[in-house]
Design a protein around this ligand. Structure first.
Ligand SMILES: C[S@@+](CC[C@H](N)C(=O)[O-])C[C@H]1O[C@@H](n2cnc3c(N)ncnc32)[C@H](O)[C@@H]1O
Length: 278
């Protein structure tokens, strides 16, 4: 039996942001002529298609279901999840639509092997891709390859709570190799260490250097620059911080695109939601 995920208010805001952007995106891409575009929706960590709201106890549609209801529709949908029950749930919820492709597997390999190569610039294909893991489960190779295609707009969950809990400790000496490797895989290399730690002004008399941890915002900004300078996205606005009821940041929601107009639309949407609280 599938146990539906219970989601906090910050996830409900994320769903509203993605839905609003996806709706504008599909409208623009559907109406554009000369050239006509073939636009695709991809949810790499799709989930079951519906969740339970922690606030109300009621069912809420997840990001893939919201996308399936958008009109005018996307030309194709690609939904991936590692959990077989969740894929079965998506199968039931998406009905007999011929253009919905479901994948039970690790999105890191499915994206590289089957999906990214379907979205070539020269074929007038474009995609909106949601990368929404709960933690450090995404590999940089996927992000980098998407960026290089120049055909993708992405939403990316930057899981700073997982990073802080497992890797970005005040004393990094105690962090296990397994956790370091998870962080390196997400970031693409170990250069996150330069962003995460800075030289402390209170150097110890007995050591050459003492380091202190930087803030969440500093790490997120370093990753924003990486999306632009290494992955090659032209437009990466400042992400929106998703906070819990104690005001702690759970994750940052990034958006990246190659189109300046996309940045204008998302900035309007981020501004609208940035002050919403639980
Ligand atoms: C945050 S939930 C996705 C929620 C969904 N985007 C929504 O808003 O409705 C993350 C999902 O990723 C799935 N998952 C975890 N690791 C994965 C992987 N390597 N590949 C594909 N799916 C994975 C989990 O089973 C879970 O359903």
């Amino acid at each position: 039996m599938l146990k539906y995920d219970e989601i906090g208010y910050w996830s409900e805001i994320k769903l509203d942001i993605i839905k609003e952007y996806a709706s504008a995106y599909s409208k623009i891409l559907s109406t554009q002529k000369r050239p006509c575009f073939y636009h695709i929706y991809i949810d790499a960590f799709a989930g079951a298609g519906k969740h339970l709201s922690k606030k109300t106890g009621e069912f809420i549609l997840g990001s893939p279901l919201n996308a399936l209801l958008i009109s005018p529709p996307f030309k194709e949908y690609h939904l991936i999840d590692l959990n077989e029950q969740k894929i079965k749930s998506l199968e039931e919820l998406s009905g007999s639509r011929h253009n919905v492709h479901l994948y039970h597997g690790d999105c890191n390999s499915v994206m590289l092997k089957y999906i990214i190569p379907r979205v070539r610039y020269s074929d007038y294909r474009r995609a909106l891709c949601v990368l929404d893991p709960y933690g450090l489960h995404l590999g940089w190779e996927v992000i980098f390859n998407i960026g290089q295609m120049k055909t993708f707009d992405i939403f990316l969950n930057f899981p700073v709570a997982d990073m802080n809990r497992n890797v970005l400790w005040r004393n990094p000496e105690g962090v296990s190799k397994v956790q370091m490797d998870r962080m390196n895989r997400f970031w693409g290399d170990d250069s996150w260490q330069n962003a995460a730690y800075k030289e402390s002004p209170q150097r110890s008399l007995f050591s050459e250097t003492e380091f202190e941890k930087t803030s969440n915002d500093v790490i997120a900004e370093a990753f924003r620059q990486r999306l632009e300078n290494v992955a090659g996205f032209k437009n990466v606005p400042k992400p929106i911080a998703m906070r819990n009821t104690q005001n702690a940041i759970i994750y940052y929601l990034f958006f990246a695109s190659n189109k300046p107009v996309a940045q204008d639309i998302i900035q309007y949407i981020f501004d609208k939601y940035s002050n919403r609280k639980a």
